[in-house]
Design a protein around this ligand. Structure first.
Ligand SMILES: CC(=O)N[C@H]1[C@@H](OP(=O)(O)OP(=O)(O)OC[C@H]2O[C@@H](n3ccc(=O)[nH]c3=O)[C@H](O)[C@@H]2O)O[C@H](CO)[C@@H](O)[C@@H]1O
Length: 368
């Protein structure tokens, strides 16, 4: 099989669907600088902020509401979905795509429908431990299903034949040596090199309950020599942080260079978005997970396996109070041995080669 000439990538909505798409696009381009890469998105998703700056062609197709159930009858689906599928098909035809690769989110379904109608190769990649509705729908049309994590035995008959390839991660993260970059990363944020750092991020949109709990613990953390690097989320109201703290507490609305945050950190406090789990596990960063309590417990199920492997802790959103943080974070972050063991366990669960493994999977699908 020769090199791929043209690939359509579909995925959008939140950062969690866009970042694996971008990491995969980078991998394709690394192998073959001549490959034509076209991304499909909808007018409002984060893909519009994230994809064009990376130099990839982003085409918009009309947005529509995803059905809640996978068992819907496609023939009776809203006309808007077929309008979107026709728009996706037009792009696929125009760029003469060899294959469509979808990463989930509502933009993927029209791409899957269009590829199915053309009887052309398509591949689905699912980052979440429990698959999302868009990808579950797509799985009705192809057996080429790749997943980021081993699925749990109790769940998802749909994933029985899926291949575990890992999650495509940005190279800057996949290749990160966090100990080597630590001092430079701390200097970058104005953090001290000699005191531990808690890195807080609520995922691509931020998390208000995490922001409130950490800001409530700010004084006590600082009094105990814990520095905080806190990404509040660009789509979130920032919460006020006390200004008279004895050690640095750095806040940011959004951090594009996540690898610097990871490198600066001794311990992470995060939601359980699949990309975040994949990234912190790959680089072996001990993490306290506070899964988003809605969306079918998706984030809890993402985080649970790495926690059970010893790579972190899990706390319910409702239990996350300033007092809980103080009594958990302060002793843990001052215990390098425990942090080291957690980081090693996380690293053993994670993997850094998801982009390459997905590319091999796609090449095989095209060759079939
Ligand atoms: C509330 C909700 O439904 N969240 C879903 C969403 O999460 P969300 O969009 O938050 O996604 P993830 O946590 O999976 O990924 C966030 C991504 O954004 C990056 N990042 C984040 C903050 C920042 O300041 N800078 C930055 O670059 C992270 O490095 C990571 O690559 O998609 C995930 C993947 O389908 C799902 O698992 C989550 O359940």
């Amino acid at each position: 099989m020769g090199p791929l000439r043209s690939v359509v990538l579909a995925g959008g909505g939140t950062g969690g669907h866009v970042y694996p798409l971008l990491a995969f696009a980078d991998c394709l381009r690394r192998h073959d600088p001549g490959v034509r890469i076209t991304c499909l998105g909808t007018p409002r998703g984060m893909e519009n902020d994230l994809i064009p700056p990376q130099g990839y062609d982003l085409r918009q197709i009309p947005a529509y509401q995803l059905p809640r159930s996978v068992n819907m009858n496609l023939v009776r689906t809203p006309g808007r979905m077929w309008t979107a599928a026709r728009a996706a098909g037009k792009v696929i035809d125009e760029v003469q795509a060899d294959v469509v690769v979808g990463f989930g989110g509502y933009v993927s379904v029209p791409a899957y429908l269009a590829a199915w109608r053309r009887e052309m190769p398509m591949v689905i990649h699912e980052v979440n431990v429990p698959p999302g509705v868009a990808n579950k729908l797509g799985m009705k049309f192809t057996k080429n299903v790749a997943v980021g994590f081993p699925h749990q035995p109790s769940q998802a008959e749909s994933l029985r034949d899926a291949t575990v390839v890992g999650v495509p991660l940005r190279r800057t993260i996949a290749a990160l040596d966090r100990y080597a970059l630590r001092d430079a990363a701390r200097a970058h944020f104005g953090l001290r090199p000699d005191l531990p750092v808690l890195f807080v991020s609520g995922g691509s949109s931020g998390a208000r309950s995490i922001n409130l709990a950490v800001s409530g613990a700010a004084k006590e953390l600082a009094r105990n020599g814990v520095q905080v690097l806190h990404v509040m989320g660009a789509r979130n109201e920032p919460v006020p942080i006390p200004t008279d703290l004895p050690v640095p507490y750095v806040t940011l609305p959004y951090l594009s260079e996540m690898e610097l945050g990871y490198a600066a950190a001794d311990l992470m406090l995060a939601r359980g978005g699949a990309m975040t789990v994949a990234e912190v596990a790959a680089i072996g960063l001990p993490t306290i997970y506070v899964p988003y309590p809605h969306s079918n417990q998706e984030q809890r199920r993402n985080a649970l396996p790495v926690v059970e492997a010893g790579g972190g802790l899990l706390v319910d959103d409702a239990e996350l109070t300033p007092a809980w943080l103080e009594r958990t974070v302060i002793p843990l972050i001052r215990d390098p041995q425990r942090l080291y063991a957690m980081g090693a366990a996380a690293g053993a669960y994670g993997r850094r080669d998801g982009d390459e493994a997905l590319r091999s999977f796609v090449m095989q699908a095209v060759a079939r």
